[in-house]
Design a protein around this ligand. Sequence first.
Ligand SMILES: NC(=O)c1ccc[n+]([C@@H]2O[C@H](COP(=O)([O-])OP(=O)(O)OC[C@H]3O[C@@H](n4cnc5c(N)ncnc54)[C@H](OP(=O)(O)O)[C@@H]3O)[C@@H](O)[C@H]2O)c1
Length: 193
Amino acid sequence: MKIISMITACIDAGQKKNQFGIGINGKLPWSLPEEMSFFVKHSKQKSGTNPNGIPGAPTIMGRKNFEGLQKPLSERTNIVLTRDPLWQPERYEEYDNIRIVHSPWEALDIADQCPGEETMIIGGGEIYHFYAKFVRIQKLYISFIRAPQVEVDTFFPLKQFNLSENYEKIFEEIHQVNEKNKHFFTSLIYQHV
Ligand SMILES: NC(=O)c1ccc[n+]([C@@H]2O[C@H](COP(=O)([O-])OP(=O)(O)OC[C@H]3O[C@@H](n4cnc5c(N)ncnc54)[C@H](OP(=O)(O)O)[C@@H]3O)[C@@H](O)[C@H]2O)c1
């Protein structure tokens, strides 16, 4: 079985608010190309296609997150959760890397058949909340973005992880504001102890 990981970028709203915003109106609340590179690098996992022909490492996402993407994530298997037995994305038949599932456990089973060493849970809010509650997340890839003024309507359940007790930090990279990245952010990787 693969290890189960989660990847997110959230607003570092400070200790007092405890509100770690991740989305607004079905989209990301920011444009941060360097943060996107962190996501792409770790979600692709350099996995390749496995002998069963499944194209790319597994990413598990909610239907709303998927619909907020411009197109399915390339070189990864897009495992999309929906409760609607009839739902299919537009131009579904043109892609070989989308799997539609109707339970979070089925999503994990499909992920285990994909190439790569990690099952990557990529949100959004409802999906993060479910898995954070019911599954042990071995690795948490998280970028904290300093953008307290940005409006959000969806949140990451950071408190659920109890990072200081249950996890050790194994990576940290600071990103200053520049022409492309309008917000200061820090990307970290935590591993369950
Ligand atoms: N900052 C980040 O790192 C990050 C990452 C990802 C997403 N986001 C943001 O998060 C927002 C989307 O999050 P969200 O909470 O609104 O939606 P979501 O978690 O992406 O998707 C929710 C949908 O997933 C399906 N679902 C949820 N639980 C299920 C279950 N137990 N069984 C089967 N299907 C299930 C349902 O689809 P149906 O309604 O079709 O049944 C539900 O409506 C967007 O703004 C997006 O940009 C941010």
